[in-house]
Design a protein around this ligand. Sequence first.
Ligand code: CU
Length: 150
Amino acid sequence: MKLICLLTLLIHPFGLLAENNKTAREVVISGNDAMQFDLKEFSSSPGETISLSFKNIGSMPKIAMGHNLVILKKGISALSFGQRVLASGGNAANPLPSSLLSDVLAHTKLLGPGESDTITFDVSTDTGEYDYVCTFPGHFAIMRGKMIVK
Ligand code: CU
């Protein structure tokens, strides 16, 4: 009996830890000098946690070919968001004006060649399509993708 109590005490804290640390789904995406994401679509489940690692695998200088990955809130189109970035003064040094952050679900830093950034965020329980885009000036025309929550 004593042994069982002791075991319960030992196991219980670990059980709580496991519940609090939901396992995150890992998503890995790269961007290159041809302004392409290697992954243009990925799926996720409503409410899950995603750990997204984005890497710039190009070799061109950051000021000419930097990349970021910006996940937009539902209903915000990557194309129109890219245009608003330019209209809001976005540039190579500041590709994501803070005035537009209310439309952003999560975003990485702007990355130069060989750099990577990992972001962790909770997916909405609202199913549907969420656009993502690189907001470095001009890249939104082709550097886009979709997270599909289903
Ligand atoms: Cu880019």
